[in-house]
Design a protein around this ligand. Structure first.
Ligand SMILES: Nc1ncnc2c1ncn2[C@@H]1O[C@H](COP(=O)(O)OP(=O)(O)OP(=O)(O)O)[C@@H](O)[C@H]1O
Length: 296
């Protein structure tokens, strides 16, 4: 398996607070990976570490085998669109495309211009006068024109309307499938991610909760509905991720390690969205409650 991005016990902290901690994961080549987690989970921090904008405080991240902060050569292979799509606001989209051509060796000028023309982006207006969604499209066109082998996108569709979001993700998938690009994109829009991503990284409270291929992850989890459950083991269940109970009935989201044969349980498949929400539901907020001076 070719690994494009690898983190080992990776950590970054601000003062005494860890923004990312003990993060270990491997992103195989050619995958479209979703990076999900609640606000403040550490998603942007992981992306910034991966592109060399931040230096790790613990462990290491490697992109194409190199440490991005210490070795800028790998940045030529990486496209990055930051959360607020920072662009020189006084430049027009056409000027930014021309500048990109002068700054990058493998620049695909026609790709950027065709893409922006198709989307009806005015070439000569300063990008500061475009809408937030149009600016996001310009930033993505510039990132794709770089012909990166790894594309990192921090909430790329947050400012797009639903139709533009669908178009954006479809055309992104088309562009990266043709080029075999590996993609890591963060988003809060779980339904969108379910349609386009085949790999998943879930972060919560600075830590990795779940990582792997979407099909494998879905196959490893089930929902069980049955009589009210106390804490005893259930055959075929490796871990209970989330449990809810009424007086007589329990609903469990579980990770399985075998067949569940006990007829007391009704066994159902789980959607990726429900699964992600179950892993995110148990974030430890005790530190935050302490900071606000209220009981957890
Ligand atoms: N420059 C900074 N100085 C201090 N703390 C920071 C800084 N940047 C991030 N943090 C903290 O690090 C943690 C992780 O932030 P990060 O931006 O990586 O989260 P995120 O998952 O991308 O969140 P969001 O979904 O809201 O964009 C948060 O607690 C945040 O407050």
């Amino acid at each position: 398996m070719d690994v494009v991005l690898e983190a080992e016990q990776l950590g970054k902290r601000y003062g005494r607070t860890w923004a990312l901690r003990d993060c270990s994961l491997r992103l195989p080549a050619g995958r479209i990976a979703a990076l999900v987690g609640p606000n403040g989970a550490g998603k942007s921090t992981l992306l910034h570490l991966s592109v060399g904008l931040l230096r790790p405080d613990a462990g290491a991240v490697r992109v194409f085998g190199e440490r991005p902060y210490d070795n800028l050569t790998c940045s030529a292979e990486v496209g990055f669109v930051a959360q607020d799509t920072p662009l020189y606001r006084d430049f027009s989209a056409a000027e930014l495309v021309t500048a990109g051509g002068k700054l990058n060796r493998r620049w695909d000028d026609a790709l950027a211009r065709n893409r922006l023309a198709q989307l009806g982006i005015p070439p000569d207006l300063p990008v500061g006068r475009l809408s937030g969604g149009q600016r996001a499209q310009v930033a993505l066109a510039l990132a794709l024109a770089k012909r990166p082998r790894l594309l990192l996108l921090d909430e790329p569709v947050a400012s797009l309307d639903p139709l533009a979001r669908r178009e954006f993700l479809q055309s992104l998938m088309g562009s990266v499938a043709d080029a075999g690009t590996t993609v890591l994109l963060s988003s809060h829009l779980l339904a969108d991610l379910e349609r386009v991503c085949d790999y998943l990284i879930v972060l919560n409270a600075a830590r990795v909760q779940l990582v792997g291929g979407v099909d494998d992850i879905v196959a490893e989890h089930r929902q069980l509905i049955g009589p009210r459950h106390t804490d005893g083991p259930i055959g075929g269940v490796a871990a209970v991720i989330r449990a809810s109970h009424t007086d007589r009935q329990s609903t469990l989201l579980v990770r399985v390690n075998g067949e569940i044969t006990d007829p007391a349980w009704t066994v159902r498949e789980v959607s990726l969205e429900d699964l992600i929400l179950a892993y995110l539901a148990d974030g430890d907020t005790s530190a935050s409650h302490a900071a606000w001076g209220v009981p957890a």
